[in-house]
Design a binder for this molecule. Structure first.
Ligand code: ZN
Length: 379
């Protein structure tokens, strides 16, 4: 016997402001949204959640989380642990896109899928990218096309590294082949088939993506470059990329050293990009959660490594609003509607009847997280 959840008297952010209203949830889906819903005559067991005028928003969609554990770039003792479901729920994240990263030797897609399914058992939605930093791509089934066509959770490829010493320095032809395989696999499997591109700090920036899309019929929107806020030069390149029809992603997890090295905080990058006229639909933020963040002493000696916090995503949504003047609906969209649309997740990233019941309640004053609902369950 399922229970009907009646979220009463919320300030609805869908993520656009939609006034005061109620939301009914059952079977993991949103049944109805609006003012004055009256479910009490239906004869179904109903649990009331009083929202008390706080902000009901879409659960966050984190477009890059190494939920199987990332890192490992300083030896085996630097491998980061897998993400705990509690960490995502405590951070307001209800949907994640997971990727391998640098280490495709001791990490595998089979393990990543197992982690995704463990997260799903807690109501979370976890998707997986095939491939890794390197080319030719490592896959689960033997090809990118087969992975995307046949494995339900696999929705794209990445992160493939360009402009980075840890990548395999692919040429344009190699990238065109990868993007085309991703596209065809995505078409067959009804997925977005996008390529998440890890962009390092080499001066070439996004040039290789432009070259590939100009020489072959690979749409510019096929790529979704991430870490575009890592320095001002790449950020400007990213804004140009958006003007050319592309989308870009800003990484929220950071360290004091990275900021001192020129990284633009994601919340600030979002504000600057919007002010420069970039459409919110082509801007996203992601945490890069469970990647390894290094801490150095004053002489540059590595002191410690810690997992990048998934909580940095919500922190930057809040910072974008409270510190950088971004509207709450735009800040939320960068971490819900936009990544959901970019990754082709049709039941994610918005509040509307028929969509998945992935919701967060934020304090109307501080924007602090009050609760997270993932798949119709309060975490
Ligand atoms: Zn990366």
């Amino acid at each position: 016997m399922t229970e009907l959840l009646w979220i009463r008297d919320a300030q609805l952010m869908t993520p656009e402001p939609a006034g005061r209203g109620d939301v009914l949830v059952a079977f993991g889906r949103i049944l109805a949204v609006g003012p004055g819903l009256r479910p009490d005559g239906l004869g179904v067991a109903t649990r009331v959640l009083e929202a008390d005028g706080h902000l009901l928003c879409p659960g966050l969609v984190d477009g890059l989380v190494h939920f199987g554990g990332g890192g490992g770039e300083g030896g085996f003792e630097t491998r980061m642990p897998p993400l705990a479901a509690e960490s995502a729920l405590a951070a307001g994240v209800t949907t994640m896109v997971g990727a391998l990263g640098t280490d495709d030797v001791t990490r595998s897609h089979a393990d990543l899928l197992a982690c995704a399914r463990a997260l799903a058992a807690r109501g979370l939605s976890a998707y997986v990218l095939t491939g890794s930093y390197q080319l030719p791509p490592v896959t689960l089934t033997g090809s990118v096309r087969r992975d995307l066509a046949l494995v339900p959770e696999m929705i794209g490829v990445g992160e493939v590294a360009i402009a980075d010493h840890r990548g395999s320095q692919p040429g344009a032809a190699e990238l065109a082949r990868l993007a085309s395989d991703a596209r065809v696999g995505g078409m067959l499997g009804g997925k977005s088939g996008k390529v998440l591109v890890h962009v390092g700090d080499a001066a070439e920036g996004l040039a290789l993506l432009r070259e590939t899309s100009s020489r072959w019929p690979v749409p510019i929107a096929q790529w979704h470059p991430t870490h575009v806020n890592r320095n001002p030069r790449l950020f400007e390149d990213g804004l140009a990329f958006v003007r050319e029809g592309g989308s870009i992603d800003f990484t929220t997890s950071t360290t004091p050293d990275m900021l001192a090295g020129g990284e633009i905080p994601a919340a600030r990058a979002l504000a600057l990009a919007l002010a420069a006229g970039a459409p919110i639909a082509r801007l996203s933020m992601s945490s890069d959660g469970q990647a390894s963040l290094p801490h150095f002493d004053a002489s540059g000696r590595l002191l410690s490594l810690e997992p990048a916090p998934i909580a940095s995503l919500l922190a930057d949504v809040v910072a974008a609003v409270l510190q950088h003047g971004v509207s709450l609906s735009d800040a939320l969209a960068a971490a819900s509607t936009s990544p959901a649309a970019i990754w082709g997740l049709r039941r994610k990233g918005r509040i509307a009847a028929g969509l998945d019941a992935d919701l967060v309640l934020l304090d109307r004053n501080s924007l602090a997280l009050r609760w997270t609902m993932a798949g119709g369950r309060i975490g």
